[in-house]
Design a binder for this molecule. Sequence first.
Ligand SMILES: C[S@@+](CC[C@H](N)C(=O)[O-])C[C@H]1O[C@@H](n2cnc3c(N)ncnc32)[C@H](O)[C@@H]1O
Length: 302
Amino acid sequence: MRITLSMAALALVLAAPTASQVRILQTSPDPVNPLAGPNVPDLLSSKTAPTNLTRLQDPDEPQYGDEVYRPYSGQAGKDVVWVPTPDSLVRAMLETAGVTRNDYVVDLGAGDGRIAIAAGRDFGARAHGIEYNPKMVALARRNAQRAGVADRVTFAQADIFKSDFSEATVVTMYLLPSLNLRLRETILKMRPGTRVVSHAFDMGDWEPDQTIRTDDASGYMWIVPAQVAGRWAFEIGNERFATELGQTFQKLSVPRGGPLRAGEVRGTIVRLTRANGQVIEGEVRGDTIIGRGWTASRIASN
Ligand SMILES: C[S@@+](CC[C@H](N)C(=O)[O-])C[C@H]1O[C@@H](n2cnc3c(N)ncnc32)[C@H](O)[C@@H]1O
């Protein structure tokens, strides 16, 4: 029997497990984490299905891991199963995020370490993977050793929801829509300009800044926007005015009929369209926005 496992299918299954699915799932605890909840896909709803998930490895699936530990795609995890991101998408995700040697990349739910290791090996970045399954953490560390990047790519056995990853300049993840949403508030408090890349799943009504596609997979990239909602005093040439900026993620709203027509913020860069059609750009530095020939000072935050 060939079992084709996609995370999108998992998301659908996990969204609303039926009573029989839950029963099957509960008969198959993760040997590493027996407390794992119903986070295994219902590959097994037929009557012929065995109840021990560890026997369900697809014979056509590539062998993962090494001589010490062989994980299989779809194996249980704390909040989501392990399914590896294809190498082509790993590369595309890191390229889209513009990763360089100056970055600190953190992969949330790092699996066998492939994203963090690629960030260190192919982009020269420092990288860190947070993974709950201790066997996967040990495998990821061995993989980093084999790739010759153990000096700059590290792994921690931890729960992503109890970990501080605020120092990351790039966050990567392949989780589930619900988990992305649970992380969203934390991510939005990160340094403006932090890039966030997700394999497959979006972040609800926070629209991505970019979509990523390879032949067999896709993802999204967001740039954490500076928080600029509030009242600002502008000086543009000889003109002086004060106005409100509203903000929903990277989109700015301005009062109708006022001196500004539209706006957006990408990381720390604010782009505004004036009532006369002129587009001006400036960089947010704390309570100031500094552009060429113009500045704005924050009067009040929302
Ligand atoms: C879909 S896999 C992605 C692996 C890797 N990031 C990749 O893209 O190849 C999700 C990983 O998250 C891990 N995981 C699930 N819940 C977690 C949690 N709360 N904290 C840390 N890791 C978790 C799973 O064990 C699994 O390895």
